[in-house]
Design a protein around this ligand. Structure first.
Ligand code: CA
Length: 386
């Protein structure tokens, strides 16, 4: 044997061994990948190398309060499921960590990562924040969703919240609310005079100019305030929520329509640093979960409000429509207030201009679509039952 051929012969077993090892490795990887695809979840290895996050969310609502508190829980559940548990958010009710009106500051200063509430509670921080919940005689839920997500509204909201270190998302909508609970009949404009009512946001200013006195009391304290006569009237949300609080036990008249809150958007706020510390996929999960829970809340009210209203009327509640004269007066005051505030505050003006232009634009088509259809459905129903 020559020296060269002996070397060649010695290499064969090593090459075969290497080929077998490569095949075994390839096969194992294929099996692992198949298992992962099949179970749809990350492998133990993948989980071990990906960081996971535990966040806290404070809310302005009582823990698990129907519609409002449960939407915060729904959002947290969506995030947990979509992230396969990599981002878990514990939801705290009002006063568990911070009082309801302390939510904005707690998220802004990073004490907690997230909050759920309504932007109009923070009008003391920026008067323009109110547009992102609702304004009297403003947009409906459908219109708000269009403005926020396809009309520039969300960008403006983010601009207003940026100095506070917050990233806002729409996080639920109540639909058109009820005008509220009254222990006094409202037949004329004069009946509003001297009335002390829980009515937050810009609607409170309108109410004050109409001769009443507005106060903002968190939901959890409203029953007692009505019962003890601290206030004469209160608006909260609509039948499902109002029934849950038991307002029918302490007030006689239930007025509609909710001129003051025609489609209130709730907010999910995230601390900017906490959000930016997340990997891209978890940021996307938060965005999509917010969008889904925003819609889910409206769907829930659509499905449940009527049964709750029926239960309230069976309990003896008098459901009444506010007179046109009163509504027209409140509308005039609202428009005056917007004009005055826009003249004083350029930020308010900027958001108001966007809001007003969008509403005007969308109304033109809705006049011949949504509005006409509702009207036609009612009228044809009437003629059928004649
Ligand atoms: Ca309300």
């Amino acid at each position: 044997m020559t020296e060269a051929s002996s070397k060649k012969l010695n290499w064969y077993p090593l090459i075969i061994l290497a080929l077998v090892a490569a095949l075994v490795l390839l096969f194992s990887l294929l099996v692992l990948e198949k298992t992962r695809v099949k179970t749809g979840s990350a492998t133990a290895f993948e989980k071990a190398v990906q960081p996971s996050y535990r966040w806290r969310m404070v809310t302005t609502w009582p823990k698990n309060f129907p519609g409002l508190g449960t939407t915060a829980e729904t959002f947290a559940q969506y995030v947990k499921e979509m992230s396969d548990g990599r981002l878990q958010i514990h939801v705290y009710g009002a006063n568990e960590i911070v009082p309801p009106m302390g939510v904005f500051d707690a998220v802004s200063n990073g004490s907690v990562e997230m909050g759920h509430g309504g932007s109009y509670y923070w009008r003391g921080k920026s008067p323009a924040a109110q547009f992102f919940t609702t304004i009297p005689f403003g947009m409906t839920a459908q219109e708000m969703n269009g403005w926020l997500h396809h009309g520039g509204g969300l960008e403006l909201w983010r601009e207003i919240y940026a100095p506070f270190n917050l990233i806002p998302f729409a996080g639920g909508n109540t639909g058109v609310q009820m005008a509220g609970w009254f222990n006094r009949e409202i037949n004329r404009i004069e009946d509003l005079r001297g009335l002390k009512m829980r009515i937050p946001g810009m609607a409170g200013d309108v109410f004050n100019r109409a001769g009443g006195t507005s106060v903002n009391i968190p939901g959890g304290e409203l029953y007692t305030a009505l019962q003890t006569g601290v206030i004469d009237a209160a608006e909260w949300v609509g039948p499902e929520n109002d029934l849950a609080f038991g307002f029918h036990q302490v007030a006689k008249y239930y007025y509609y329509p909710g001129w003051q809150e025609p489609g209130s958007t709730l907010e999910l706020i995230v601390n900017k640093q906490a959000f930016e510390a997340l990997p891209d996929d978890l940021q996307a999960i938060i965005t999509v979960a917010a969008r889904a829970s925003n819609q889910d809340m409206l769907d829930r009210y659509t499905a449940r409000n009527n049964a709750a209203l029926k239960e309230l009327t069976e309990k003896g509640v008098e459901v009444r429509r506010l007179p046109d004269e009163v509504l027209k007066h409140l509308r005039n005051i609202s428009m005056q207030l917007y004009a005055e505030q826009a003249a004083q505050d350029p930020v308010f003006r900027k958001v108001y201009d966007s809001y007003r232009e969008f509403l005007q634009m969308v109304t033109e088509y809705h006049r011949i679509s949504e509005h006409t259809y509702f009207d036609v459905r009612e009228r044809t129903q009437e003629s059928l039952s004649d």
